[in-house]
Design a protein around this ligand. Structure first.
Ligand code: AMP
Length: 402
């Protein structure tokens, strides 16, 4: 990993300003799922245990530049305090004299959680004019007053060039990665750049359009691609199969053909479902039948079938590196979750380095209870997909090189 991390710098007596991803669900004023807070704990603890004070920045939800109490980070701060068993101070804003003096007054080991960065529209302003850029720069310089070391542990927003996720690095140095960020870069970046073979990609989810770039990028690196989910039917149609009422992107059929051709040229084994669970309506209680290849009129493929699962399981067993993004079927409906759960099991049982690349496949893996059997379950939805697509993430690029 070519970026500096918290371990590479001296934290003693420093004022650390750290961007985390505390974008957690809040219900009745309490944190409903603390996964993201728990994942930030190792870096938080490391910083305060190494003699620095810590000011935390995060966004929560989309308040769109307005102060909306339902998006307050106060419940997250209270929850952090409970998890750490120590006081966590809170600020009513993330910029301004008051919060700067609160940050300055922190003693080594003390923590301050600022209020939602997205209460200010400048945080994620889509700058069109010089005036916009000046406004955002002014906000960024205000944020920079909160510390003399910047740590980014918010991989989930690393694909955004926002004030607190990337632009702040212009004014606070050193700018280093936290442990969570380091792990994401290591797995999604390094492992995928230098994979052990056989390297397989399992790609599912709703549409080809959402996964086009990741498919195009991975096709140059992998030995096989296993396709599931709604996107399979655009490929099936491209191959001349009947797909009934299954999800299809008619405008992408030619693109699907090109992808299939490219896979053939590159010697990549491109696996598509050989059978499907077809339903007579998009409903958990629909009538269901297993069909091979062609889906009759009036029916729709909502999950890959048992023969496909068996073929994919065999392929997974041979892999040394696995990247998985997107469910194999409509796993939110229990009657169409079986294939996704079986693939979870197959990946969990494999000895390969397994990377679950964000989004709904992460929910599926968490649902399966097998998350700890995977090498890495990414915390970033859009960010992990963009990283797998081979894009540069502003939140990573802006950190100091080793
Ligand atoms: P994505 O965000 O692209 O990974 O897509 C995830 C969504 O795809 C989930 O909500 C699934 O229910 C949906 N999905 C998976 N398989 C199918 C299918 N065969 N037909 C329609 N939607 C599907």
């Amino acid at each position: 990993m070519n970026k500096l991390t918290v371990k590479d710098i001296d934290l003693q007596g420093k004022r650390v300003v750290m961007r985390v991803d505390f974008n957690v669900p809040i219900q009745n004023g309490k944190v409903a799922d603390d996964t993201r807070i728990v994942k930030a704990l190792p870096t938080i603890k490391y910083v305060i245990e190494h003699g620095a004070s810590l000011t935390i920045l995060s966004h929560l939800g989309r308040p769109k530049g307005q102060v909306k109490p339902e998006f307050s980070l106060k419940p997250a701060a209270d929850h952090l305090s409970e998890l750490l068993g120590k006081e966590v101070k809170t600020a009513s804003d993330c910029i301004g004299e008051k919060v700067v003096s609160q940050a300055n007054a922190l003693k080594p080991g003390e923590i301050l959680v600022c209020e939602n960065t997205r209460y200010h529209k400048e945080e994620d302003l889509k700058c069109k004019t010089d005036e916009d850029r000046e406004q955002q720069d002014k906000f960024t310089r205000e944020l920079a007053k909160l510390g003399n070391v910047y740590v980014n542990d918010a991989f989930g927003t690393a694909h955004r060039a926002h004030a607190s996720t990337a632009l702040i690095c212009k004014y606070v140095r050193p700018a280093v990665a936290g442990f969570l960020m380091e792990k994401e870069i290591e797995y999604l970046g390094e492992t995928v750049a230098r994979p052990k073979h056989p390297f397989i990609a399992i790609i599912g989810g709703a549409k080809v359009s959402g996964k086009l770039e990741v498919l195009t990028s991975l096709i140059n690196k992998v030995d096989s691609i296993l396709i599931g989910g709604g996107m399979a039917y655009t490929f099936m149609k491209a191959l001349g199969h009947k797909i009934g009422n299954s999800l299809v992107e008619a405008e992408l059929i030619d693109t699907a053909k090109e992808i299939l051709k490219k896979a053939e040229e590159k010697g990549v084994k491109f696996m598509l479902p050989v059978d499907n669970l077809a339903a007579d309506k998009f409903d958990n209680d629909a009538e269901v039948k297993t069909v091979e290849y062609d889906i009759p009129d009036g029916w729709m493929g909502l999950d890959i079938g048992p023969k496909t699962v068996a073929e994919y399981t065999d392929e997974i067993a041979k892999a040394e590196t696995i990247v998985w993004n997107g469910p194999m079927g409509c796993f939110e409906m229990p009657n169409f979750a079986e294939a996704t759960m079986s693939i979870c099991k197959a990946v969990a049982e494999s000895d390969a380095t397994s990377i679950i690349g964000g989004g709904d496949s992460v929910s599926a893996v968490n649902k399966s209870g097998l998350a700890d059997k995977m090498s890495h379950v990414s915390t970033g939805g859009g960010a992990s997909l963009e990283y797998l697509e081979g894009k540069t993430l502003p939140g990573v690029a802006s950190l100091d090189d080793k």
